[in-house]
Design a binder for this molecule. Structure first.
Ligand code: COI
Length: 443
């Protein structure tokens, strides 16, 4: 094994650093900074140079943006601004990736020996090198090629979240809950931020070249930001998609400020609402077996600075989850959330992290896959209320709530769960309305 890795290194493959990471992980049990231990014996100069590049990039601060800046910059797009946007993405992403590679190098040895964690480290090294070496973009043709390049990397990274979640769940007994959760938060916020920049740039380029982005459905948008996102419509869409699928799903009653519109990333809002409604429907259906489930109430309030959405269910509360405080459901540590180490959860994560599609991010994609799964599900499988309601084919990987929390807080919003055990749960999602908050500090 060692020989074959050396051979790969001599060939000058971009994998060299990650291979080192893995070899070192196997051979240097005392060494917390894995890349160092092998540097005396393998491609010293190359490695030294790569590490130096990593340090240089990691030493730079991320150039964080607000939602409003993303909209203003993208609003009046011309060739010059598009090229500027491309070069910003080209130089900003390696800085953000470098921060997270540094973070991963500081992980305890036992954590980085997890195959899935090493896999993510490898993906990030490769991406870092590709961005670092990508030549400046000068023309629209260059930009078209750059967008292709971005789309490929976005696809290649589709399994990052389930892989990290699996690796860290397995490593969770060796990690303090605070350390694990703050590491995971940095990884996820940073990943969202990179994908936002990449996807926004691709969308701006498509609009500039006259193509319509498939997700826009004619609604006003600048890149991936929908400037008049209607909250009621978003809740209705998610509720309808969920109710189409389940035979006994509760109805969703929407009240409050029904005309509320604001500028936001539609995909983030839809993902969050979809996950929150799915949890509420699942709990309500399970808590009222054999009876018509009581409705879920979604209340929208447009305040001066924020849009709030409360989702109230009568699903019996959160006592059955075994967590001490509801926010422990956001945790990736098994100490806070014992479900992390359940066999079914680990099995589902293995399935998703080895799937070529990884985790589908958008509601439309998720639902599309559910329908495919449903089509192959045998008829008449009435084993439990969830199967009956048509949920079971979707692997429960335990990512929905933590990801919703990260999406909510990325631009300074919040997500809070309030449980009334024996009755139900209220979830409060608050999102800033003015778009003036910077992205999370962890990018
Ligand atoms: C990710 O999805 O993990 C990324 O970092 C994507 C980015 C490099 C475009």
């Amino acid at each position: 094994m060692r020989l074959s890795c050396r051979r790969r290194l001599r060939n000058g493959s971009a994998l060299s650093h990650s291979s080192m990471f893995k070899i070192a992980a196997r051979r240097a049990p005392q060494c917390p900074h894995l890349c160092r231990s092998e540097s005396t014996s393998l491609s010293q100069h190359r490695l030294f140079y790569q590490n130096k590049q990593l340090e240089l990039h990691a030493a730079k601060e991320a150039n964080r943006l607000t939602l409003r800046q993303l909209v203003f910059f993208g609003r009046s797009m011309d060739e010059d601004r598009l090229i500027k946007s491309a070069n910003y993405v080209r130089t900003e992403l390696p800085v953000r990736i470098a921060h997270r590679l540094r973070d991963m190098q500081k992980l305890p040895f036992i954590v980085v020996t997890q195959e899935e964690v090493a896999k993510v480290y490898e993906l990030y090294w490769i991406a870092f090198e590709k961005f670092r070496l990508y030549p400046p973009i000068d023309t629209l043709e260059d930009n078209a090629a750059f967008c292709q390049f971005l789309s490929t990397i976005l696809r290649e990274h589709s399994t990052v979240i389930p892989s990290l979640s699996l690796g860290l769940s397995l490593a969770s007994p060796h990690f303090s809950p605070d350390a694990l959760d703050s590491f995971m938060r940095r990884m996820l916020v940073s990943r969202i931020s990179r994908r936002v920049l990449a996807e926004h740039h691709i969308a701006l380029s498509e609009i500039h070249s006259g193509k319509h982005t498939s997700a826009s459905h004619g609604e006003p948008h600048v890149g991936i930001i929908f400037t008049g996102l209607n909250v009621k419509r978003c809740i209705e869409k998610c509720a309808n998609l969920l109710r189409q699928r389940g035979r006994e799903w509760p109805e969703v009653i929407i009240d409050g400020h029904l005309e509320t519109n604001f500028a936001y990333i539609k995909e983030h809002l839809e993902y969050t609402i979809f996950e929150l409604l799915k949890n509420a429907m699942r709990a309500t259906t399970s808590h009222h077996p054999g009876a018509a489930p009581p409705p879920i109430r979604a209340t929208i309030v447009a305040g001066a600075n924020e849009v709030s959405i409360r989702i109230s269910d009568q699903g019996g509360g959160l006592y059955h989850t075994g967590v001490k405080t509801p926010s422990d459901l956001f945790s990736f540590s098994h100490i806070r959330n014992a479900a992390r180490l359940q066999n079914s959860r680990i099995g589902a994560l293995r399935t998703v992290s080895s799937s070529p599609h990884g985790m589908r991010a958008t509601v439309d994609e998720q639902v599309g896959r559910w329908h495919q799964n449903l089509a192959s599900e045998p008829e008449g499988n009435d084993a439990d209320p969830e199967t009956d309601a048509g949920i079971a084919p979707h692997p429960r990987i335990g990512i929905g709530l933590p990801m919703s929390n990260i999406f909510a807080t990325y631009f300074g919003g919040s997500l809070e769960l309030v449980t009334m055990d024996g009755w139900g749960t209220d979830v409060y999602l608050r999102l800033p309305k003015l778009g003036t908050n910077l992205e999370g500090i962890e990018v």
